[in-house]
Design a protein around this ligand. Structure first.
Ligand SMILES: [Zn+2]
Length: 166
């Protein structure tokens, strides 16, 4: 082992003990040239998860492993970027044609829709009119009107006929 103090290659081991439950050995060394002390650690080479390719001439196992990892990563990134590309295309197409099915009522509750419809009719609107405008049924509109009336947001002009409160 090369001495870190003077670079000489001769040393002696003065102490040696297992660490990590025997998975490695820590050695205390003394340089025979300069008497400098240093520590080395020794462990078995980790088993790499996959080294599928055979070693070519002049290529180390680690190099081959790195190459297979990089190839795998590159292929994965390619696939992901293709997937993203087609997703973006789909969204753009949808925005261009305005075909998003839920867009119209998005973020507007049934209550909002009913109340807006009532507000648009300054002289009031009947339940039949609300049904026609919103497409909701009697009980849904009835429930919304009941709550809105209790909260003072609409006023009943006569039976089944409502106007918005200012
Ligand atoms: Zn030395």
């Amino acid at each position: 082992m090369e001495c870190p103090h003077c670079g000489t290659m001769s040393d002696e081991v003065i102490d040696s003990r297992p660490i990590k439950e025997g998975a490695a050995i820590r050695r205390r060394r003394r340089c025979l040239a300069c008497e400098g002390r240093f520590t080395t650690y020794e462990s078995t080479e980790e088993q790499l998860p996959f080294v599928l390719m055979k070693k070519g001439p002049g290529q180390t196992g680690v190099m081959m492993h790195m190459k297979s990892v990089l190839t795998f990563t590159t292929r994965t990134l390619d696939a992901v970027s293709r997937e993203l590309g087609s997703l973006v295309e789909r969204v753009e197409r949808q925005e261009a044609t305005g075909n998003s099915p839920s867009r119209k009522s998005e973020g507007v509750s049934a209550t909002d829709q009913v109340l807006r419809t009532i507000k648009r009719h300054k002289n009031g609107v009947s339940i039949a009119g609300l049904k026609a405008k919103t497409g909701y049924d009697d009980s849904k509109i009835g429930n919304i009107l009941y709550r809105a009336h209790k909260e003072g947001r609409v006023k009943r002009l006569r039976r089944g006929f409502y106007v918005a409160m200012k």
